[in-house]
Unconditional design. Sequence first.
Length: 542
Amino acid sequence: MANQTWESEFERELCEHLETHGWLYSHDDSGYDRQRALFPEDLFSWLEETQPDELAKKVKPSMSDQAKAKATDQILTRLATLLDKGQPVGGSLQVLRSGFKDTPGSFTLMQKRPEQDVNQTVNERYKANRLRVMRQVHYSTKHSKSIDLVLFLNGIPVATLELKTDHKQNIGDAKKQYMTDRDPAGEPLLGFGTRALVHFAVSNDEVWMTTKLAKEKTYFLPFNRGNAGHAGNGPDENGGSPTAYLWRDVLQRDQWLDIIGKFIHFETMKGTDEKTGQVTTDHVLIFPRFHQLDAVTRLVADARENGPGQRYLIQHSAGSGKTRSIAWTAHRLATLHDAKNQKVFDTVIVVTDRNVLDAQLQEAIKQIESKSGVVATISTAEAAKKSFSSKSAYLTQTLSSGKLVIVVTIQTFPFVLEAIQENKALAGRKFAVIADEAHSSQTGQTASKLKQVLSDQEAADLADGGEVDVEAILAAEAKAKADTRNITFLAFTATPKAKTMEMFGTLGEDGLPHPFHTYTMAQAIEEKFILDVLLNYTTYDT
């Protein structure tokens, strides 16, 4: 009984905080439609406030009460049917972002935070988004089990939380409850991508998450801030639970709507069946890990405040998911506007030799923006495909056209900076350059261009058939070009060299350069994203 009391108090603390910060709070699940896994009151409040004319096409004011009830029920059934289909044709993420039709009406189901504060109608629709936290939700028509908390956006469930206090239980108990007592079979709330997009296991000390419930096969990822460079969470700066950042920061109204509107996406994973040899396709729902969300959010806020001409060092260990962090950063910077509603960057340039980054960028941005063609990859093959005489001509045209995101290799990068500095057509344009730490051997004509910006030692290594990394190129170019006020440089690396730290680090109170954001190797090892190579290391006397 005491444990239930502690857990109930934990729930109450979380919910009351949200209630005072822009959320609606349901003390119980009254009004929840467990068969459809919807909260109709919020759905129709949203539609009535933001799309009364469309709603009136379906639920006509002239109808009798009985006819209105029938039309309303038809909308709910149509919506539930689309949600039940899941990715890629339906599911909550697709329907929230793209809306749905129920002839003769056509409805949108959320308003993403606008990049510019110029359209009053869009601003009002954004404010009208209804976020709700509901306690003890009896989610099934087959039994009376309840989930501690369910989070809704305009009547659609988008997340669940199981809470455990650390008096007699811990985070393991919360994860175990999901794995052994939350069977998703036949439950629309718990189905993969059909309603809830993420499930949080929460204790006073830790937060873990999963985007797919699969009973004992459920795989949880840590969603912790880190503790002095290690796994877990440090003390809360306000004296609360170490996990208070979840409801104070992550579930902060603007942040949570940004996560749903601009971060979460599906990735298509292709593999090979070991038995049949056939190609397999799997859809994976990607929710940002805490350090990814934190890094991107901080970078975007600083860039909005300070504009172009800045330098950032993001020191994220192997196992941090840098590819996705770069993709999210590129997309957010490409659409970023400042407080005066002016675009901060005309184009974001991503320097990498990893084809997977290009593919993930394309797929993520297409889902988030609901359009393709935002990303251009500069390569000989792409130039030929688009009927350009050379890669150089394609590069010049792409830069001049103001493409939002351009992906180039380390070989092409010096030519890009040369064009930015010398092409008169690009005068006044503002760029963000995001450098991936991938290494690449250089030979031939492009190598001679690289040598112009390398140190003697780096040039000697290159001539000897060695490798030169993008850090060296970025640092050398940034140092060589006196006027880079229109260019912001962002270097993502696990192990920055001293020169990189000096060029791109942020000066601390000690007068020394430090990374703008850090996810350490120790934390990656402790969270089991990489192996500790020294774990089985043995020394021998000879």
